[in-house]
Design a protein around this ligand. Structure first.
Ligand SMILES: C[S@@+](CC[C@H](N)C(=O)[O-])C[C@H]1O[C@@H](n2cnc3c(N)ncnc32)[C@H](O)[C@@H]1O
Length: 358
């Protein structure tokens, strides 16, 4: 949406944009791209193979062809390149875990009213389930595997020797930084089930032996070791301002003098905290899935960083189309001389956040 909704027609147009997304999700629910595979199909043959109605499939496939996901010539359909690869379970490039995540989010977003009324996530008070964590971690890898190398190509880590990927999940970013910087070693910190996925992924990379693993709860456990750089990507939005302030103090204690904390997130950039649109909409996901998460403005995050003792805070700009979020990276430096961190600042953080947080 490039402009605001001011007329009824604008409202009608925007409020009915669920149609194409629903067509896409229905095609994933049917495993349509896998069923089509590398063959060409008429609708009657495909309907028979998939055990669905010809009428339903014809309208669904016509819309997928309109959107570019299928190719149609006369009455014959085949997969587009994307359909035949990332959306096809028979192909090695299949991104099934991320596709399953967005499919499940369709149903979750349908329950938005519940969270608006209660202010609570849909799975309030459910403990972090290792099976869910494993799937979610693969989904994060599938989400990020093209973005991470683009980001690592734009961040200068030449003088760094050690990097901590805090809440690094699959370690996709850590691996991209290692691949780009041959003298770097990295540690990925996360819950054990996430680290098991990170290990599997790293074992397929040349730079994998330079990655190590630190299981921890980043809200309650001490970060072991000190680092030249801490990469904190897509975790800030899961937690409350109070928890984030505490994480920053602990991150500062784990940085070498002059070291850098790089925070990647869906920052809001205007005075009233409305834009970019993606950052505002992402807060709705945090309402649905976290106890206290939200999206935050770059300015308020800067205040938390300064209060924690960081210096030289700035936005690191990525090239358009080469970023995860628009103006989504904040850099903050640890002072060059170590300030003794009071024990109460590095100690345990009390948090009411759910353990089933994303
Ligand atoms: C949205 S994912 C982001 C993963 C990765 N940093 C990225 O940018 O793709 C958030 C990650 O933070 C981890 N995380 C959240 N809260 C955590 C906690 N209290 N302790 C350890 N890890 C946590 C989750 O397990 C998950 O892997």
């Amino acid at each position: 949406m490039s402009r605001q909704i001011t007329t009824f027609d604008d409202f009608r147009t925007v409020s009915t944009t669920y149609r194409l997304p629903r067509v896409l999700i229905a095609s994933l629910e049917l495993n349509l791209f896998t069923a089509i595979g590398t063959k060409t199909w008429t609708i009657p043959d495909l309907a028979r193979a998939m055990k669905v109605s010809e009428r339903g499939l014809a309208i669904l496939c016509r819309n997928l062809a309109m959107a570019g996901l299928l190719k149609k010539k006369n009455e014959i359909y085949r997969n587009s390149r994307l359909g035949a690869t990332a959306l096809n379970a028979q192909h090695p490039a299949y991104r099934g875990d991320y596709l399953r995540l967005i499919t499940s989010h369709w149903a979750d977003w349908g329950r938005l009213l519940e969270s608006v009324k209660t202010g609570l996530p849909l799975d309030h008070n459910e403990p972090d389930d290792p099976d869910y964590r494993r799937q979610f971690t693969w989904a994060m890898h599938h989400r990020t595997l093209e973005t991470a190398p683009k980001i690592s190509a734009q961040i200068n880590l030449r003088s760094a020797r050690t990097l901590l990927d805090l809440g690094g999940g699959p370690g996709t970013y850590a691996m991209a930084f290692l691949a780009k910087n041959p003298r770097l070693r990295a540690t990925v910190c996360d819950r054990p089930a996430a680290l098991a996925v990170a290990k599997e992924i790293a074992s397929t990379h040349k730079a994998g032996p330079r990655l190590s693993y630190q299981p921890l709860d980043l809200l309650t456990d001490t970060i072991l070791g000190t680092y030249d750089v801490i990469w904190y990507s897509n975790v800030l939005h899961i937690y409350s301002p109070q928890d984030n302030r505490a994480v920053f103090r602990r991150a500062l204690a784990a940085l070498n003098p002059g070291g850098r904390l790089l925070i990647q997130d869906a920052f809001l950039h205007d005075r009233d905290g409305l834009f970019p649109q993606e950052a505002s909409l992402f807060a709705v996901s945090m309402l649905l899935f976290t106890e206290q998460g939200n999206t935050y403005s770059a300015v308020e995050t800067k205040t938390w960083l300064m209060d924690a003792g960081f210096e030289s805070i700035k936005i690191v700009r990525m090239k358009k189309g080469m970023e995860d979020w628009e103006d989504g990276i904040l850099e903050a430096r640890a002072p060059t001389t170590r300030v003794k961190t009071p024990a109460h600042q590095t100690g345990l953080v009390k948090s009411s956040s759910s353990r089933s947080l994303r």
